[in-house]
Design a protein around this ligand. Sequence first.
Ligand SMILES: *Cc1c(COP(=O)(O)O)cnc(C)c1O
Length: 225
Amino acid sequence: MECTAAEPLARIEARIAQACRIAARDRNAVTLIAISKTHPAEGIAPLIEAGQGVFGENRVAEAQGKWPALRERHPGIELHLVGQLQSNKAEEAVALFDAIHSLDRPSLVSALAKAMDKAGRRPPCFVQVNIGAEEQKGGCPIPQLPALLEQAREAHLPLAGLMCVPPFDIEPAPFFALLDKLARDNGLTGEAASLSMGMSGDFETAIMLGATHIRIGTALFGGRS
Ligand SMILES: *Cc1c(COP(=O)(O)O)cnc(C)c1O
C-alpha cells in the first residue's frame, strides 16, 4: 500500500515543481489539495504516510464519517471542503473543515457567518464562481460576484479568494485567466488573493495562470467508482 501511494504523489509533485519552474513561481506558492472523496480511510492513510498534509472532500457527511478517526491518528492534517454546501450544514462544515471552497450565494454567507460566530472558529472561504455560466453547475454567476463579495466583507467572513471548475469539454486556460482577472478587478489582494483552480487534467495550465490551490483526485488516487 505505502509504495503505491508514494509513487503517484512523487509524480504529481515533480509535475507541480516543473510547472512552477516554467512559470517562475515559488513551489511554496502552490498548495496541493488531495481530493479523497469516495476513497475509504484505508486508501487515504498511505498518502498521509507518504507526506501529504492537505486533503479535500466534497460532501460534509462523508467527511464526518472518515476524517475524525484519521485526524486522531495523524494530527495536523488540513481538510478543505470543495463541494456544494447546504446552509443547514454550515455549522457542521465550520466545525470540521479548515477551508471552504464553495461559498456561492447570499444565504450561505449569512449561514457561515452565524456558524463561525457560534463556533468561534473562522475557516477561510473561497467564493466559487460559475466561470462557464453553466446552468447545472454551482458557483456565483459572474455578474453577481461584486455584490456577494461585498456581503461577505460586511459579514466579516475570512475571504481566501476565488475558486472555479471550468466546463469539462473545452480548453480551460481562458477560464483560469478570467478567474484571475475577476480577483484583480474585485480588489482581492493579500490574504484574499488565492485562486483555487486546476484538477487532475489541467493543473499545470492552472499553475501557469496563477493557481495557488490545485485540487487533485484521480491522478493521486486513481479512478472513482
Ligand atoms: C472531484 C473534484 C476535484 C478533483 O477532480 P480530479 O479530476 O479527480 O482531479 C477537484 N475539484 C472539485 C470541486 C471536485 O469535486
